[in-house]
Every structure is written in C-alpha cells, then in structure tokens.
Design a binder for this molecule. Structure first.
Ligand code: SF4
Length: 185
C-alpha cells in the first residue's frame, strides 16, 4: 500500500488567514519541490504512513472535529483523490495549504495558496496568503482569482511594514501567525 511522508498530525486552531481560530486537525507532510530560506518545516523528519493509518490518527486526535488541513511541506506531492475520498467518506471538510506549483486533486473544500514563486500551476484558490518580506511586488498578485487576499508578516517581525502596505492596498487583509502569539501549535 502507498505510504505518505507525514511530518506530524496534531489538533489545534487554525492560526492564519480566513479560518483563524477554527479547530482543525493538521496533517503536515514532509518534502517540498521548493527550498525557501524561511521554511519552518524539517523535511528530513517524517514517518511513512498509509492512508488508513493517517485517517485513524486524525480521528484519534481530533475527537468530534471534522475539518482537516493538509499542509507541509508541499501536500500536493503526497495526496491524491484516494486521500480526498477517504476523508469525505468520514464526513470531513478538507483544507489544503499549497505553494500552488502543482495541480491538485478534485474535491478539496478550501484551497489556500501561498506562492513562493511567480510560476504557479493553480488557476484559482479560495484564499491567497503571501508572506511579506518587504521588497517584493505583492501587487502583481492583485488579479489572481481568489476570494480573499491575505498578507502576513514574516515570522511576526515586520508587522508595521505589512500593515502600512495593506492600508495602501485595501483589497488585501492582514493575516497574523496567531499560533505564535498564543504559543500554541
Ligand atoms: S514552499 Fe513552503 S514548504 Fe516549501 S520550502 Fe517554501 S516555505 Fe517550505
């Protein structure tokens, strides 16, 4: 049976973007096709898990929660329609946080794209969330088809700069890594 590289599975609140404050079971995968300097995932750390093992672990740690967030790393390198179907069959809503460079299986309930390069494969998303480093041209993403646009300070450091940029570009909203402020996972 196919195995996926799982970095960790844990139950917490979504800390960023539109769903901030919402309970979700996070399935964090290891491995990415990009290599960002500020990446906070340890891609060398993972457990090979079957889909059944992932479903069982999600159920055991999430209790009544029926919302999962596939994140990474780059989750689209690991998941396929079997993953989507298995969780939908159990009544879960599925969110994904992707860098947008790969196509996604159909049926994902909420797509968050966080582009780290201009070349992305995704044609639309529910939300686009960019980490603001301070120099890049955020406005080049103004026309990307997304219902919500979030700009996020880099590791909670340049919050004022990020707020100033949003005030001048009001089609964007502020996203904070609230999990870091609250010291939760
Ligand atoms: S795209 Fe995301 S997961 Fe991949 S290296 Fe960059 S920050 Fe890390």
């Amino acid at each position: 049976m196919r195995k996926m590289k799982v970095n960790e599975i844990f139950y917490s609140l979504q800390g960023e973007g539109f769903w901030t404050g919402t309970p979700m079971v996070f399935v964090r995968f290891s491995g990415c096709n990009l290599d960002c300097a500020f990446c906070d995932t340890d891609h060398s750390s993972f457990t090979d898990m079957s889909l059944d093992e992932i479903v069982e672990k999600v159920a055991s740690c999430g209790g009544e929660c029926r919302r999962i967030c596939a994140t990474g790393g780059e989750p689209s390198l690991q998941i396929g329609s079997d993953f989507i179907n298995a969780f939908h069959m159990k009544g879960y809503k599925i969110h994904i946080e992707t860098n947008g460079t790969m196509t996604l299986p159909d049926g994902i309930d909420w797509i968050t794209v966080s582009p780290k390069t201009k070349k992305i494969a995704l044609k639309k998303a529910d939300e686009i969330k960019l980490v603001y480093l301070g120099q890049e041209d955020i406005s080049s993403w103004n026309d990307f088809p997304a219902r919500f646009r979030f700009l996020q300070p880099c590791s909670c450091k340049n919050t004022k700069e990020t707020i100033d940029w949003i005030l001048e570009n009001p089609q964007w909203r502020l996203s904070l890594q609230t999990q870091k402020y609250l010291d939760i996972r």
